[in-house]
Design a protein. Structure first.
Length: 289
C-alpha cells in the first residue's frame, strides 16, 4: 500500500469552489452500483492529493434519501482515496452545541429506512465491525484543522441519522435527546457504514446550522435561517480542508481500518456469486482475489 495521502472530501456542492485545488480536474467515474451524485474533482493541496465529491450533486439536486451512497463511496475508492472526510450540515440536539459551531462526530444512531446500506448481500456475505465508526486519527486531524480555521469545535458527539427531507417533529427531537443524541442529520448513514466496508477510514465534521425542534418556546427549524448559517459555515469548511492538508504528515502510516475486511467475508469462496464479486472489485478486491 502506498504511503501517500489521498483525501476524499464529501460535502456540499458549493464547497468545491472554495477549496482552491491545485491541478484541479473533473472526471466522471462509473460505478457498478449505479450513478454517483456527480463527477469527482481531483487536485492537490500542498503535498496531499484531494478527491472532492458533491454529495447532493451540482446545484443540490439529489435529496438525502435518494443519494446513491454506495456509488459515491465506490467511485472514491476507484479514485484511490485513502481516507474520507465528510462535511455535513447538522442540527443541534443540545443547548451547548450552538449554530455556527462544528462537531467532530464519533458515534451514529441510524434511523434511516430503505437505503442500500451494504455493498454485500446474498452470494457474498460480510460483517464488518462498526463499534467505533469513525477513524480516531482522521477525526483528530480534522478537528485540529477546524480549530486552526477558526471554528468553535466540539470533539465527539452522537449523530442521529434520519431520512428527511422533512425536519423532526418536537416529539421525535425529544426522543433523540433521550437517546443521548447530540446532533441530527440526514446523510451520515449509510455513508459511514459503507466507508468501513470499503476499508476507508472515515471522519465527519458536522457544521451546526440550527437547533432541532426540542425547545417549546422556540419556532421549529426554518430553512431560511439554516441556509444563512450554512453559507458562513462553508467558508470555514474550505479553510478546514486546507489546514488539514497542510498539517498531515508527509507519509501516511497504515491504520487498522485499512484492513477492515480481512476476516469479514464469511461466504465460502467456491459458492460466491460471481456477478456480485465482480461489482466488488474496487471495494473488496484486496480480499476477494
Amino acid at each position: 500500500m502506498s504511503d501517500e495521502w489521498i483525501i476524499g472530501i464529501i460535502g456540499g456542492s458549493g464547497l468545491s469552489e472554495g477549496l482552491a485545488l491545485e491541478e484541479a480536474q473533473e472526471i466522471e467515474i462509473r460505478s457498478p452500483f449505479g450513478e454517483p451524485s456527480g463527477p469527482v474533482t481531483l487536485g492537490r493541496i500542498g503535498h496531499v492529493r484531494v478527491a472532492f465529491l458533491a454529495r447532493h450533486g451540482k446545484g443540490h439536486r439529489v435529496p438525502p434519501s435518494q443519494v446513491n451512497y454506495r456509488a459515491n463511496i465506490d467511485v472514491l475508492k476507484r479514485a484511490r482515496v485513502t481516507d474520507v472526510l465528510a462535511l455535513s450540515a447538522i442540527g443541534s440536539l443540545r443547548e451547548e452545541i450552538e449554530p455556527g459551531q462544528f462537531v467532530a462526530v464519533d458515534q451514529f444512531i441510524d434511523r434511516t429506512t430503505s437505503r442500500e446500506n451494504s455493498f454485500f448481500g446474498p452470494g457474498c456475505v460480510a460483517h464488518v465491525s462498526l463499534a467505533d465508526p469513525v477513524c480516531p486519527r482522521l477525526a483528530k486531524h480534522a478537528g485540529d484543522a477546524a480549530k486552526s480555521a477558526g471554528a468553535a469545535l466540539h470533539r465527539g458527539g452522537t449523530y442521529v441519522a434520519i431520512d428527511g427531507p422533512q425536519f423532526s417533529t418536537r416529539a421525535e427531537s425529544r426522543l433523540y435527546r433521550a437517546w443521548a443524541g447530540d446532533v441530527i442529520g440526514m446523510t451520515g448513514m449509510p455513508e459511514a457504514r459503507l466507508a468501513r466496508e470499503a476499508e476507508l477510514p472515515y471522519a465527519m465534521l458536522g457544521m451546526v446550522t440550527d437547533y432541532d425542534s426540542f425547545r417549546d418556546d422556540q419556532e421549529g427549524v426554518d430553512i431560511t435561517a439554516v441556509l444563512k448559517v450554512m453559507q458562513a459555515n462553508s467558508k470555514t469548511a474550505a479553510k478546514t480542508v486546507a489546514e488539514l492538508c497542510r498539517a498531515l504528515p508527509e507519509k501516511r502510516e497504515p491504520v487498522p481500518i485499512d484492513t477492515a475486511l480481512e476476516h469479514a467475508i464469511i461466504t465460502a469462496q467456491d459458492i460466491r456469486d460471481s456477478e456480485l464479486v465482480a461489482k466488488l472489485d474496487a471495494v473488496a478486491g484486496r480480499v476477494l482475489k
